[in-house]
Design a protein. Structure first.
Length: 202
């Protein structure tokens, strides 16, 4: 087994009484090497957070203060599922009743942050969701994002005002053309390239 695989398998923080020699033997690393690895891991987390990927309580509370005064917030979520697909067309990660939230991204036009839900406390998560409920929320195909959040955390998180760029583009298309839009024409990546000249990987 590769050493990196071992690190994923053994959580040295979950059992503070685990003898160092056991950890060292399992990982094939000296105590000093393990300490260096943990310091490197911490540095990488701090670097990610400086780029807007939020994994700690303190940083999450700091950026929520940055976002709280904005009347408009941009929302996007990323989901996953531990269920196996029932067939080739089945995508449980895209089913609001079967998926789980992993990332919640919020922006105010100047700042954009991605919160790693699995690394944050329920207190911080509730603060994020409360912010969503209080703002004008802009997003693409918000039906998916809001249905997923409401099913997992409760309908109290639903904002009173929304602007959905998918619906807006569908209305524009219907006003211009009699035929249905081709596949992908209303996607987020298509709109970003059309209106902003930006190519996205989703």
């Amino acid at each position: 087994m590769d050493t990196l695989d071992n690190l994923d398998t053994l959580d040295t923080h979950s059992d503070p009484d685990l003898p160092p020699e056991v950890v060292s033997d399992f990982l094939g690393m000296t105590e000093e090497e393990i300490k260096e690895w943990e310091e490197l891991e911490k540095e990488l987390e701090e670097e990610k957070e400086s780029e807007g990927y939020i994994m700690t309580e303190s940083k999450a509370k700091e950026v929520l203060e940055t976002l709280k005064d904005s009347p408009v917030l941009y929302l996007d979520i990323e989901t996953y599922s531990e269920e196996l697909p029932k067939d080739r067309k089945d995508e449980p990660a895209l089913d609001p009743f079967r998926n789980q939230v992993r990332l919640i991204s919020l922006g105010d036009g100047k700042h954009f942050y991605t919160f790693d839900v699995k690394k944050l406390s329920s207190e911080v998560l509730n603060s994020i969701l409360k912010l969503v409920s209080e703002k004008l929320i802009v997003g693409h195909n918000l039906k998916f994002d809001l249905k997923t959040l409401a099913y997992q955390y409760g309908t109290w998180i639903l904002p009173k005002k929304t602007f959905d760029t998918y619906i807006a583009e569908r209305l524009i298309w219907n006003a211009k053309y009699p035929q249905r839009p081709p596949k992908g024409a209303l996607s987020l990546s298509a709109l970003a390239e059309k209106y902003a000249g930006v190519k996205l990987d989703k």
